[in-house]
Design a binder for this molecule. Structure first.
Ligand SMILES: NC(=O)c1ccc[n+]([C@@H]2O[C@H](COP(=O)([O-])OP(=O)(O)OC[C@H]3O[C@@H](n4cnc5c(N)ncnc54)[C@H](OP(=O)(O)O)[C@@H]3O)[C@@H](O)[C@H]2O)c1
Length: 245
């Protein structure tokens, strides 16, 4: 693996993933909104690890600009060996349940942007017959809780979309990894109440990169979330809707 595109590179988890790749000598293209921060990140990765780190501007909601962004990223990298989709937006659920425009923003950033940005990369990887797609999904997509079902719907959709890509691309030699993350200590969760078993971005990044040595598939990080979500999914609807979750 030599060159990887990271979308949502300023995310705390993506930064840690970028460091893991850079430590292995992988050249990176960092995509995000904050060009000044991306410039610093790229310079730091360059200096610390001696890799080539490029960067470019991508706004998840600016769908019309995605084509040019991807053309620039793929041209700059030359061959592309993989992509990490880390863009995400949690929102503030009471607002999203009442306001359709706010709910659509959640869908656009977490799901529609993933489709818009990953579909062209999937075609490139399929044609070349190797590479990987890694998507950062969430345990929130496994069952719709009253307190965050809009975000959960978007992440559940992302999980299904990645399932579809995997079922299409596995036989072409392209790995599709879905990461179902539990709570992680990042800007997204800062100051939120009710979090438990919170992992660090560094722990998550290490486990995320280890999945690339494993078969294409769905991985819970940390692993114990698989059991937790199994139990949560088994709760009957009649009971679940009475819980204060
Ligand atoms: N933290 C958790 O507990 C947790 C749990 C499950 C899944 N996840 C997922 O993990 C991924 C990384 O999240 P994180 O926890 O590291 O949170 P984070 O630090 O808040 O990162 C979110 C990333 O999404 C980017 N983003 C948001 N809106 C965007 C837009 N309109 N256009 C382009 N980029 C946009 C942010 O860019 P800016 O820096 O420009 O804002 C940032 O890079 C997300 O997909 C998240 O849903 C997180």
């Amino acid at each position: 693996m030599k060159q990887v595109l990271i979308l949502g590179a300023t995310s705390s988890i993506a930064r840690a993933i970028a460091s893991e790749f850079a430590r292995e000598g992988v050249n990176l293209f960092l995509g995000g909104r904050d060009l000044a921060e991306l410039e610093h990140m790229a310079a730091d990765l360059d200096i610390r690890h001696g890799i080539q780190a490029h960067y470019g501007s991508v706004d998840a909601e600016d769908f019309a600009a995605h084509k040019d962004f991807l053309e620039n990223a793929t041209r700059t990298l030359g061959e592309i060996d993989g992509v990490v989709f880390a863009i995400g937006y949690l929102g503030e659920q009471p607002r999203e349940s009442a306001d359709p425009a706010a709910a659509l923003k959640i869908m656009n950033i977490n799901l529609s942007a993933a489709i818009s940005l990953l579909a062209p990369i999937a075609n490139i990887l399929e044609e070349q017959g190797h590479g990987f797609i890694m998507g950062l999904s969430s345990v929130a997509g496994d069952r719709a809780r009253p307190s965050n079902y809009v975000y959960g719907t978007a992440k559940g959709g992302l999980t299904l979309y990645l399932d579809g890509l995997r079922n299409r691309l596995d036989r072409q030699g392209v790995k599709v990894i879905t990461l179902k993350l539990g709570f992680v200590d990042t800007e997204m969760t800062y100051g939120k109440r009710g979090l438990f078993l919170v992992a660090s971005p560094e722990q998550v990044a290490k486990s995320a990169c280890q999945t690339l040595q494993k078969p294409s598939g769905v991985y819970y990080i940390p692993r114990f979330w698989r059991m937790i979500m199994l139990v949560i999914r088994l709760i009957p609807d009649s009971v679940f809707k009475r819980l204060n979750l």
